[in-house]
Design a protein around this ligand. Structure first.
Ligand SMILES: Nc1nc2c(ncn2[C@@H]2O[C@H](COP(=O)(O)OP(=O)(O)OP(=O)(O)O)[C@@H](O)[C@H]2O)c(=O)[nH]1
Length: 537
């Protein structure tokens, strides 16, 4: 639903244009049962005039019968459609509500509390920019508050609003508010959160103090109201514009003359002329054009849905990732990740699962549980299995090497889901912490460390032989196994790679080949020995 605007009557096209260009903020609300979550959402909608009159009339009528607010409309009933379904036992993991104000568009992820909280919250939070953590001012920071905050930090939510609610019951005591803020900050310093990005707001969702309208009862509070925060918190700079990653969702080939790779840019910026590499094939080319519905773009960045066309006919399929040549993700078979377990059957090390990454799917196992994290106390403990709603740091071993990033840097290519092979249901979600090397399996190797190593001694293989594809596939595997990333390039791009300061070996073929090789194991071994001798790998 959208706010009322005079422009709707005066110039509907202009209104629609403005609306389309408004920034979208996704947030989620979390709190204990009865902290006032439904009342708060109802109040946000009501005070921003996003309730239709007939809805209000019906809520007012129902309030007398089933509400908890006497003869005032019980705004919690606005959020009741969901509740009714819950009571009928229909499982709804996350409900999304949409609204807009003159400044922004909003999506609220509303997750039911109760026993399955971790799973639900992880699902709702994974795409959110901001989380509202509700605290009942009478009870202060509770175990649940800590749990929600931990999950929010794990999922990389950058902005938190701690809504200290029901302040009307405590006469808007400044002292109580400050105490809660201190308690919360004391706990939050152990989390991966920027403390200065945490907002605290004293409010009464029931009476509307500091939700949309400024409270007259808390004159001591000079900060923003909740709505002011939601409308102004800076989220544009949360986007990673440094590391280009385009997971390919679809290959558009309407006729023989056009081949475009479509997807939503997970991070970074791309321009025509950029040299790119497709993973896992490691073929390189240059961006020819960035095509969108509204015409070609001079550049595109994180969050935009685009179609790239390339200068060369290279083979890229759905599930591949397009990256820039000078900024590659880690490619490997072992990684460390925080995982949230989402099903009754516990996670057991060694059991085969299917794992789905932004770019590709593969079979694999959890090879080691480093430790469980108690979501309430943040304490770590050893365990031989992970149960429903538990969170653990684990090592994952994959059947084939996949490209990946650290979740904290690039969530789009730093997350994966674990799928049950029989039921095809998602049973876990993982946030990648870094690569895990086979030789040093106790110490996580971060993606940055891996990149550093890679940059020191890159091994780029350029090929033009007829059977080179086959050869390089074998070579790739060996290089991956040795913890090195190799790249395949056409000869044309070999020069580009050289210009970029990378080591280039031209394998096979005639023109100017440094090394020629055939597709047999012996040649492969000798090539590897050569590379090792030269210190390339
Ligand atoms: N005094 C006071 N009561 C409030 C306030 N906010 C909510 N309440 C009351 O607290 C009770 C619980 O509110 P809800 O909004 O239903 O709480 P909830 O967190 O959504 O609870 P669940 O939907 O059960 O998860 C209701 O009786 C509300 O009227 C507030 O700011 N002040």
């Amino acid at each position: 639903m959208s706010h009322q605007s005079d422009l709707i009557a005066a110039d509907i096209l202009e209104y629609l244009k403005q609306h389309e260009n408004k920034e979208l903020l996704r947030f989620l609300t979390c709190g204990n049962v009865d902290d006032g979550k439904s009342t708060l959402i109802g109040r946000l909608l009501f005070d921003s005039k996003m309730i239709y009159e007939d809805q209000l009339a019906s809520v007012t009528k129902d309030s007398g019968k089933v509400g908890t607010t006497g003869d005032r409309p019980d705004l919690a009933l606005l959020v009741d459609g969901l509740q009714a379904e819950r009571e009928q036992g229909i499982t709804i993991d996350v409900a999304y509500r949409y609204f807009s104000t003159a400044k922004r568009k909003f999506i609220i992820a509303d997750t039911p509390g109760h026993e399955q909280y971790t799973r639900n919250m992880a699902t709702g939070a994974s795409t959110c920019d901001l989380a509202i953590i509700l605290i009942d001012a009478r009870y202060g920071v509770q175990t649940q508050t800590k749990r929600h905050s931990f999950i929010a930090s794990l999922l990389g939510i950058k902005h938190l609003v701690v809504a200290v609610n029901k302040m009307d019951l405590l006469d808007f005591s400044e002292e109580r508010f400050n105490q809660i803020r201190e308690d919360y900050l004391d706990f939050a310093k152990n989390l991966n959160l920027e403390l200065s990005a945490i907002h605290f707001v004293p409010m009464s969702a029931l009476d509307g103090d500091n939700v949309v309208e400024r409270s007259t009862r808390a004159a001591w509070y000079t900060g923003q109201t909740l709505m002011e925060i939601l409308e102004s918190v800076e989220i544009a700079k949360d986007k990673n514009l440094e590391n280009f990653r385009l997971p390919v969702q679809y290959v558009n080939r309407p006729n023989l003359d056009f081949r475009g790779f479509c997807g939503t840019i997970a991070s970074g910026i791309v321009k025509p002329g950029d040299t790119i590499m497709a993973l896992p094939s490691q073929k390189t080319s240059k961006v020819e054009s960035i095509v969108t519905f509204d015409g070609n773009l001079e550049e595109a960045f994180a969050g935009q849905a685009v179609t790239l066309t390339l200068e060369d006919e290279i083979d890229i399929s759905r599930g591949d990732v397009i990256v820039k040549l000078n900024d590659l993700p880690t490619v490997g078979k072992k990684l460390n990740a925080d995982i949230v377990w989402m099903t009754e059957n516990p996670l057991v090390p060694g059991k085969p699962y299917d794992l789905k990454f932004a770019s590709s799917s593969t079979a694999g196992t959890v090879s080691k549980i480093h430790h469980l994290v108690d979501v309430n106390t943040l304490e770590q403990s050893l365990a031989d299995q992970v149960n429903l709603n538990e969170i653990a740091l684990v090592e994952v071993s994959l059947d084939k090497a996949v490209p990946f990033d650290c979740y904290s840097r690039i969530p789009g290519t730093g997350a994966f889901i674990i799928i049950d092979r029989l039921s095809n249901v998602t049973i876990g979600a993982g946030m990648i912490v870094g690569a895990a090397s086979a030789s040093d399996d106790n110490t996580p190797v971060t993606a940055a460390e891996k990149a550093r190593r890679f940059n020191q001694k890159p091994a780029i293989i350029a090929v033009n032989a007829v059977n080179a594809e086959q050869v390089v596939q074998g070579l790739d595997r060996r290089l991956f196994e040795m913890g090195r990333v190799a790249a395949i390039a056409s000869n044309e791009h070999a020069q580009l790679l050289k210009d970029a300061g990378l080591v280039v070996l031209v394998a096979g073929g005639a023109d100017g080949a440094d090394i020629s090789l055939a597709a047999d194991q012996e040649s492969l071994d000798s090539l590897i020995a050569d590379l090792q001798e030269q210190g390339v790998i």
